[in-house]
Design a protein. Structure first.
Length: 407
């Protein structure tokens, strides 16, 4: 199931060069399964044509509260009732000022004012010149609309259309979509701190070589994203991977198993859930050479001696907070065969209440996966699907178990 399947999103555009990004945002929302109705201010139409937005959304664009296509002539009421979320991107300084004052002279501001505020989240993605953003009037208005219940997304930093460099760029469309999905996700993990490990570890041999594995980190990153969407505070402890940090997630980058162990121990103290999705190297080289190992001409390769790495999951699961149920531990098992039997045995061996099995070679590096959830009572299959969709289902399963409800 797509992240925004069946959801209704009103996408508002106010005036600004960043309107060029709104076309892509509209496409991404539609691709994520949402029905999108676009509302544009008059200023926005100077930067982007309604024709483009109508073609991309596949729905009539509304420009004025006097639009007589609406049978009851109340576009502002109809759209507010229809919407599951309203996203204004770009939100100009003027639009934010109008909202701060509760003005309703244009359809977009009127619609925001008239929305059923308890049910329909309002997200604003500001975009403006850095001086306008930094102006005390704008900052005052931002604080006011936040106090009134709007979610104001941060601004990006960098080169601006005016040639200046600084704060005030609109976030990228992909980032805004992540926040829309999060705004519409039930907060089953609200108030909890979730720690996730992800990716491979890298065990050095000498300054230029090391031992690692094929884990891409995608499952762990999807878990971190899904936990944040579900309302948790998330710490993601990542081995060496090339993946963007999910929105709103605190990321700690590490290389070796030992470093991952230390980062986890520092993070789990306050955590309620620990999910070990990393493919941690079982062994490391006993003596890391200070200098690059060279061929000595004898034809004999160097002999390496290994020592075992700490088992991060088993160590955390043995802590008093975990044993008393205050820290819920979830392990992963990447197996090549006999998934159920291996996962059941591993759950007991690691001392965790929930173990998630998958077939390693079938999932490493891919966007799709299939999971087998094994707990004390049963084994449940989550059928093949995108890792992020499986991660969302797993969060619901974890939340149910935390509440002691039906598994
Ligand atoms: N794990 C860990 N620290 C380690 C090894 C594994 O935290 N040093 C965690 C993994 O993140 C995963 C679970 O333990 O959640 C199982 O990992 P896996 O590599 O499948 O298990 P091993 O204990 O290495 O078992 P084996 O290699 O015998 O299958």
């Amino acid at each position: 199931m797509k992240a925004l399947e069946g959801k209704h999103v009103v996408l508002g555009l106010s005036g600004g060069v960043a309107c060029y990004k709104s076309a892509q945002l509209c496409r991404l929302l539609v691709q994520a399964g949402a029905r999108v109705r676009v509302v544009m201010t008059e200023a926005a139409t100077q930067f982007m044509t309604p024709v483009t937005m109508q073609a991309l959304s596949g729905e009539p664009v509304v420009l004025s509260q006097w639009d007589l296509r609406e049978p009851n002539a109340m576009a502002h009421i109809n759209l507010g009732r229809w919407a599951d979320a309203i996203v204004v991107a770009p939100a100009s300084a003027d639009l934010i000022a109008q909202l701060a004052q509760g003005r309703a002279s244009e359809l977009l501001a009127l619609l925001c004012l008239a929305r059923p505020a308890q049910r329909v989240p309002l997200l604003l993605a500001p975009a403006m010149n850095r001086e306008m953003w930094a102006h005390p009037a704008t900052q005052r208005n931002v604080a006011q609309v936040q106090a009134d219940g709007a979610q104001v997304l941060e601004v990006g930093q960098g080169e601006q259309a005016c040639g200046e460099v600084g704060d005030g760029r609109m976030l990228e469309p992909e980032e805004i979509v992540e926040d829309v999905v999060a705004a519409l996700t039930p907060k089953v993990l609200a108030g909890l701190h979730v720690v996730v490990t992800a990716g491979p570890t890298f065990e050095p041999i000498d300054p230029v070589r090391g031992i690692t594995n094929h884990s891409s980190g995608k499952m762990g990153f999807a878990l971190a994203r899904a936990a944040r969407e579900a309302g948790a505070t998330v710490t993601l402890i990542a081995g060496p991977v090339h993946l963007p940090t999910p929105r709103g997630v605190r990321r700690v980058d590490v290389q070796s198993a030992q470093q991952m162990y230390e980062a986890v121990m520092a993070a789990v103290d306050q955590a309620s859930v620990f999910i070990a999705a990393a493919a941690v190297a079982d062994w490391r080289v006993a003596q890391v050479a200070e200098r690059k190992l060279k061929k000595d001409g004898s034809g004999q390769p160097p002999s390496l001696t290994f020592v075992e790495n700490p088992d991060i999951l088993a160590t955390v699961a043995a802590q008093p907070r975990a044993r008393s149920g205050h820290l819920y531990c979830v392990g992963f098992a990447a197996e090549s065969h006999d998934l159920l039997a291996n996962a059941q045995a591993k759950r007991v061996r690691k001392g965790v209440p929930l173990l998630v099995g998958n077939i390693g070679p079938a999932t490493f590096g891919r966007d799709d996966n299939a999971l087998l959830l094994v707990d004390e009572r049963q084994a449940i299959e989550l059928p093949p699907g995108p890792k992020v969709a499986l991660a969302r289902q797993l969060m619901v399963e974890i939340a149910q178990r935390l509440r002691g409800g039906p598994a």
